[in-house]
Design a binder for this molecule. Sequence first.
Ligand SMILES: Nc1nc2c(ncn2[C@@H]2O[C@H](COP(=O)(O)OP(=O)(O)OP(=O)(O)O)[C@@H](O)[C@H]2O)c(=O)[nH]1
Ligand SMILES: [Mg+2]
Length: 291
Amino acid sequence: MAHRAGYVNIIGLPNVGKSTLLNVVLGEKLVITNPKAQTTRHRILGILNDEDHQLVLSDTPGILEPQYPLQQSMMRAVDEALQDADVLLIMVEVGQDPDNSRGLVDRAVRFEGPKIVLVNKMDTADEPSLLAALEVWSSVFPQAQVVPLSALHGFNVDALRERLKELLPEHPPYFPKDELSDRNTRFFVSEMIREKVLAQYRQELPYSCEVVVNTFEVSDALVRIQADIMVMREGQKGILIGKQGSALRRLGTAARKDIEEFIGVKVFLDLKVKVDPDWRSDKRKLKRYGY
Ligand SMILES: Nc1nc2c(ncn2[C@@H]2O[C@H](COP(=O)(O)OP(=O)(O)OP(=O)(O)O)[C@@H](O)[C@H]2O)c(=O)[nH]1
Ligand SMILES: [Mg+2]
């Protein structure tokens, strides 16, 4: 059998379940997910390999109207994913109104290759609203297959994975067959720390944070990691650290456990909080942080 390989890129509004889908298709918790919108800030590849297939899935940031340079970079990541997709997965959630999804619809209609609309979170809807959603999205994208899905509960995921393999073009692998992502361990470590910031703090604080891993040293059966959490204001630094450092300690413990599980060795994690008022808008800094 000829080898099949290709890029399957997931786009959608914030918080519809794109990252959850990438993880469940891979069968591995690779990317971070959270009930807050704008969890994903980069395009991240997750690679599913078997003997005859290489499915290169792209997670992307949720589509929004950018307000500052970080968000502009996030939208560039989306537009890049539209350029190289072999198959486009357009993810929406039950109850989403196409009229309030212009950024998504306008981008997706221009894509000429095979596309599938995934109506996610079907577990939250009754049958009439699910049927109505399928009908609405079929009229927006008459060329696309429209399928209901629950990424969280795995409903329809196996069928989707098999369908995607069929849609892949004949092509040799793009990446070594033992690779799971284009991103390195440091990247995933910084994301795991950021996930705990999203989980532990409210309102705009997570949106003002960036995590930078400065050192990652392997010594015997231990990895020593030093990372900075960047915030935009002094007040945010105080909140992040908490009374006598209690909040930061809780964050560090939670992040360390996830990192240990991810890399499979004991971790010593040293977190520092720094104030940098303009990291989200300074193009040079954004570049340094990988945006
Ligand atoms: N009920 C239900 N919740 C889901 C489903 N899929 C994802 N979620 C939840 O929706 C929230 C957002 O999921 P994410 O995967 O982070 O969404 P995203 O589209 O990647 O979000 P951004 O990165 O912010 O654009 C999380 O709380 C998920 O657990 C689903 O099928 N059903
Ligand atoms: Mg995401």
